[in-house]
Design a protein around this ligand. Sequence first.
Ligand SMILES: Cc1cc2nc3c(=O)[nH]c(=O)nc-3n(C[C@H](O)[C@H](O)[C@H](O)COP(=O)(O)O)c2cc1C
Length: 146
Amino acid sequence: MPKLLVVYDSQTGNTEKMANAVVEGAKSVPGVEVVLKYHVRPEELEEASAIIFGSPTYHHDMTLPIKHILEEAARANVQLHGKIGTAFGSYGWSGEAPKLILEVLKNRFGMRTIGSGLTMLYTPDNSGLEQCRDLGKIVAEKIVSM
Ligand SMILES: Cc1cc2nc3c(=O)[nH]c(=O)nc-3n(C[C@H](O)[C@H](O)[C@H](O)COP(=O)(O)O)c2cc1C
């Protein structure tokens, strides 16, 4: 069964709410193993067919735990080429993190990125959570049809 991994960081819980909704949407698609993680070893990234990263924006950047995961994966020469990847995150005023993550996934790891990074202003409302569920569903549907 293809695996969809959601890796996220959240300091005050907003991106975590998004992550839970992404997982909920992904789990609505039969035939996909959905795993939600806060910390991952680089090799765990290799086991997934799709990886969705969640990071809030702090100081115009992704958070350090997410940056460390990407740096460790690069150092360990983890092979993610051709896997599906996307990103989401809560923000307050500029919201760069998901876009920055997508750039790394595409340019450093050769992943097939989807969308332009889903951002939510502070705490996601019901329609925001619906968008998160849709994102999880879209990615899950992509990997079952691969
Ligand atoms: C110290 C600090 C720095 C922040 N820097 C940014 C920033 O550069 N750009 C931005 O859009 N939001 C910024 N924010 C707002 C957070 O992204 C926002 O509060 C978000 O909802 C936090 O998500 P989380 O609950 O998942 O940690 C900052 C917040 C704090 C407390």
